[in-house]
Design a binder for this molecule. Structure first.
Ligand code: ADP
Ligand code: MG
Length: 697
């Protein structure tokens, strides 16, 4: 008999302790208390928490779970977990399964080994995790996962979730003030929403295992260009190979079981590169789900004999991977506030939010830039495959005309009619699909913005904390001014016109990859923070610190510690990459050069003995020998630079030296090794080539 397979609708979210399950399993009053906690952040009474915990445990145990874990997002950028079994000893050598409200609400992992950027000395290493009821608990690998925030005992934030939640509160409060000014009395909460598109590479595990660089650093530190790269552009949206398709199906299923709305999948531009996009959800959940997605991509790939590379630039000369952060703001009465709308009233409200975003991006561009700064992403930004390191905004030509009309007080003329802004409803200029600019770091796409600078491995949290906070700040300034006005409409127009005049330099609808744009951006006074070490120190500018403190998103100390962590992390990554290169060069590449050189010398000698012309063999031997000697010298230089970098105490100075000296020495070594690879037989080369890695899955 043919078996009927469960449908997606049947198993979607089956491993999530979601609203449906809670309604089913919790007494009504407890369910209501949880809803209040979710929406208003009011802590649960201990006895109520006990009931919730018990229901969670029963549900999880029925599904085979044996453990629970608080799941959190420390500053490492990946998630952390520590598992405890539900078991408690019972008489006669038996156990009972227990999970208390206390265990649900608070955990106490030893925080000493997580990065804190000098926030804590090791002797006061205690930290705690606190349940985030806005993100549903779930089961994975027989454990009940409880999403949590992570703080030190003295209250400093040690994670990426807490500031995100705080920034969401900030933007909600300020956006509501604006909505009230427009006469909205129904909305009680405003949410930011995010849909992150995730790019990745798949390589065959058998080749991956033969490359120390991939294993240790996630990217190839050596590798000559393959004869074919991505120039034919035959991979983008191409048909998906069976093995990859099997992986994708498996991945979708795993994600759906966890309630993650994995929606779109396709091949990307580079060979072996793919993308997955979910349906958008609130920022906090999107951040949690993106972490889970990255983790499950890696685990699921292994089941198919593949390795998923999330590094931003696994292969030189081939497009790297990014993550597009699609972002919008909506109210709980069902409006997308970045949708231009259909009435003059909606149009003006939309233009108000748009102007707040324009002003925010202009004033805080360095913050957005640094939210995408990492050693890995430095290979992409500004490298003609990803947006430049200069932050600008694309709003499309129609919207730009609307803004210009508003600024000049003239009528807006579209192809169909003339419109008086603020009086007439504008034409529907939503989602103009012909007018899509892929080169802009921050593009309006009809009813949302797409921030395109993030690297594939990044957590989306930092970007969204910054987006939310800068928009909260601008909305707050707007509300302060407008609430005082006697004539709202007049005051609003004056405010928008002034904002456009002062901040329109941030709008750029042209080609962001063109070299001329960098000159133009300079003329406009837009910062070009080329690398991580240029961008990250901007974090601590007094005006930025003041903004974060105003909205209680970060304290000054927390920003300083984050700055320190980012710079330290940069230096650590470069150090690890450099050491890996040295190891590979010494143990694999130089010995190969010596052997190949010796073989060539042997061939030359044999020919000489026979009296045959051996000019080719001699030439080849000399070339191999010269390159090998060059490599050995470059190894020496890199070695010195690494030691010098390690001796620098100050985090910023160390990171800067890594960029200016260590990184340059690495590139020099790589150039020589890649040249040697192109003339050595593949049989002799000690590791799989780019062709093996990119074209065999
Ligand atoms: P693209 O043309 O870039 O593929 P899509 O419409 O497919 O554009 O959207 C890409 C991503 O944007 C998806 O993850 C989608 O869910 C997300 N998205 C759509 N609307 C919103 C919104 N209002 N807020 C946040 N993200 C959104
Ligand atoms: Mg997109």
């Amino acid at each position: 008999m043919e078996q009927v397979r469960p449908t997606v609708a049947e198993y979607f979210g089956c491993n999530v302790f979601n609203d449906v399950v809670m309604r089913e399993r919790l007494p009504k009053s407890v369910y209501k208390a949880v809803q209040r906690t979710k929406q208003l952040g009011i802590a649960l009474e201990p006895d109520v928490a006990d009931v919730v915990a018990n229901a969670m445990k029963d549900w999880a145990v029925e599904r085979g779970a044996t453990h629970f874990t608080h799941w959190f997002q420390p500053m490492t950028g990946v998630t952390a977990e520590k598992h405890d079994a539900f078991i408690s000893p019972a008489p006669h050598g038996k156990v009972i399964l227990e999970f208390s409200g206390k265990e649900l609400v608070k955990g106490e992992p030893d925080a000493s080994s997580f990065p804190s950027g000098g926030l804590r000395a090791t002797f006061e290493a205690r930290g705690y995790t606190a349940w985030d009821p806005t993100s549903d608990a779930f089961i994975k690998d027989d454990s009940l996962y409880i999403p949590t925030a992570f703080c030190s005992y003295t209250g400093e934030v040690l994670d990426k979730k807490t500031p995100l939640l705080r920034s969401m509160v900030a933007v909600s409060e300020q956006a509501l003030r604006i909505l009230r000014l427009f006469g909205n009395t129904t909305a009680t909460r405003v949410m930011t929403t995010v849909g992150p598109e995730q790019e990745y590479f798949l390589v065959d595990k058998k080749y991956y295992d033969q490359r120390e660089d991939l294993i240790i650093t996630g990217r190839t530190l050596f590798g000559a260009k393959p004869p074919k790269g991505q120039e034919l552009e035959d991979h983008y949206f191409g048909n998906i190979k069976q093995r990859v398709s099997d992986f994708m199906k498996d991945l979708d299923k795993e994600l759906w079981k966890l309630g993650i709305y994995a929606k779109t999948k396709h091949n990307e531009v580079a060979p072996s590169q793919h993308e997955l996009a979910p349906v958008f959800t609130t920022s906090n959940i999107a951040a949690d789900h993106n972490q889970l997605t990255m983790e499950l991509m890696k685990k699921t790939a292994l089941k198919h004999g593949l390795v998923c590379l999330l590094h931003e630039k696994p292969f030189a000369g081939i497009n790297g991977s990014g993550k597009h952060n699609n972002w919008s703001i909506s109210s709980n009465d069902g409006q997308n506030l970045l949708d231009p709308g259909a009435t003059p009233q909606d149009n003006m409200q939309f233009l108000t939010f748009l102007c707040a975003i324009i002003k925010g991006v202009h004033e805080y561009a360095p913050l957005l830039r640094l939210s995408a700064a990492s050693a890995g992403n430095d290979h992409r930004l500004g490298a003609n495959e990803a947006p430049p390191a200069v932050v600008s905004m694309f709003i499309g030509s129609e919207l730009e005309e609307v803004i210009e009309a508003l600024e000049s007080g003239k009528k807006y003329v579209s192809s169909t009619a003339e419109f008086d802004i603020g009086v007439d409803a504008l034409p529907n200029f939503k989602k103009d699909t012909t007018d899509r600019n892929r080169t802009s770091p921050f593009a309006f796409t009809g009813n949302k913005f797409e921030f395109r600078m993030l690297g594939s491995a990044d957590s989306i949290s930092c970007t969204n904390v910054i987006l939310n906070t800068i928009v909260a700040e601008e909305l707050c300034e707007f509300a302060d001014e407008l609430e005082k006005a006697d004539d709202f409409n007049k005051a609003l127009k004056a405010l928008l016109v002034r904002t456009i005049k002062e901040h329109k330099q941030i709008i750029f609808n042209g080609n962001g990859y063109a070299a001329e744009w960098l000159d133009e951006a300079k003329r406009r006074g837009l910062p070009n923070l080329v690398s991580t070490v240029d961008a990250v120190p901007e974090y601590t500018r007094p005006q930025y610190v003041a903004m974060f403190e105003k909205f209680k998103v970060y304290t000054k100390v927390e920003i300083e510690s984050r700055t320190e962590i980012l710079l330290e992390n940069y230096a650590k990554v470069i150090n690890i990459e450099a050491l890996t290169m040295l190891d590979m060069a010494r143990k694999q590449i130089i010995p190969t050069g010596l052997k190949v050189g010796k073989d060539a010398c042997d061939a030359a000698l044999a020919k000489k003995e026979l009296g045959i012309d051996n000019a080719f063999e001699v030439g080849y031997a000399s070339r191999v020998s010269a390159l090998t000697a060059g490599i050995s010298e470059a190894v020496g230089v890199l070695d010195e630079k690494v030691i010098a970098a390690q001796g620098i105490e100050n985090a910023e100075a160390q990171a800067k030296f890594c960029r200016s000296d260590v990184f340059v020495a690495m590139q020099n070594l790589r150039g020589l090794v890649d040249e040697l690879e192109t003339i050595v037989s593949s049989k002799d080369w000690p590791m799989p080539s780019y062709t093996d890695l990119l074209f065999t899955v």
